[in-house]
Design a protein around this ligand. Structure first.
Ligand SMILES: Cc1cc2nc3c(=O)[nH]c(=O)nc-3n(C[C@H](O)[C@H](O)[C@H](O)COP(=O)(O)O)c2cc1C
Length: 257
């Protein structure tokens, strides 16, 4: 009988080597073992094709808008799962992957989230936000009403893991949590956009109600609430402009050529 090695997911490395390496770090073994590696080949793209691809990617990204009016039409759970998998490819500090994505398509929970978010947002708009903040939001036309939290077929709440939990249930340190989760959220938004779905980066504040409703542990904190779905047929978005290149990029500011 031939023994077949179980397939490892790409990028996971060699478990034996990792174990030996971890042993070296903890002083369990004297055998010096290098960290496990895998070959990585990125196909070389000629410069003119790079630029053509870059133009196409920018044109595509420039079409993305935050949507606040959704169709109630359902979206396949598989599409949401794949967008979450895409988000999970994000780089993260010390590869701790300090995120949890909670997807909700149950109407009862969506309603509970809407009501709790509106209660917080109402207080924010009526009492907590400064005049300066309200003025900054004015061009967006937003207020405390959040019907899209119930109308969108799916909500995805991204939690940052302030710490991890090791095998013994003890806290494990996480590094650059906000940066890591922010990057993962960017990939999530891009993945949805690429597949033809819309979302809104929504941050009802404070967001403690999401931990309560979704039963998340203390070491996780809700960071962003994404309603996900198709845009409503009559959806509109604020007429915003984006900074032109010369306002958002500098080359060699120290003056070298
Ligand atoms: C961190 C963050 C928090 C945001 N919070 C909200 C929010 O709570 N409610 C909302 O309507 N839009 C929110 N937005 C969306 C912004 O208003 C929107 O991205 C911006 O107006 C630009 O529009 P665009 O995404 O269509 O380009 C948030 C965006 C970011 C990045």
């Amino acid at each position: 009988m031939t023994m077949v090695e179980p397939q490892r997911p790409q990028g996971q490395g060699d478990h034996r080597a990792i174990t030996a390496s971890a042993g070296r770090l903890t002083g369990v073994t004297d055998t010096p073992v290098a960290p496990a590696t895998l070959p990585h080949r990125t196909p070389r793209v000629p410069a003119d094709e790079l630029v053509a691809r870059a133009q196409a990617i920018y044109a595509r990204m420039d079409q993305r808008r935050s949507v606040r009016a959704f169709s109630p039409d359902p979206v396949p759970r598989e599409a949401i799962d794949l967008a979450i998998l895409a988000a999970g490819t994000a780089p993260s500090g010390a590869h701790m992957q300090p995120w949890t994505f909670v997807a909700v398509d149950d109407p009862v929970t969506k309603r509970e989230i809407r009501l709790a978010a509106e209660a917080e947002e109402r207080m924010s708009y009526e009492e907590r936000m400064s005049e300066e903040w309200l003025q900054a939001l004015a061009p967006l036309g937003t207020d405390w009403h959040k019907p899209y939290l119930e109308i969108a077929p799916c909500l995805v709440v991204v939690f940052e893991q302030i710490t991890g939990v090791d095998d013994d249930g003890k806290p494990r340190k996480h590094y650059y949590v906000r940066e890591s989760v922010g990057i993962a959220c960017g990939l999530f938004i891009s993945a949805l956009h690429e597949m033809g779905l819309c979302t809104l980066t929504h941050t009802p504040s404070p967001m403690g109600f999401l931990s309560r409703i979704l039963g998340r542990p203390k070491h996780e904190r809700a960071m962003i609430l994404f309603p996900v779905g198709y845009a409503a047929d009559d959806a509109t978005v604020p007429a915003l402009t984006r900074k032109p290149l010369e306002q958002l990029r500098m080359w060699n500011p120290s003056g070298s050529p």
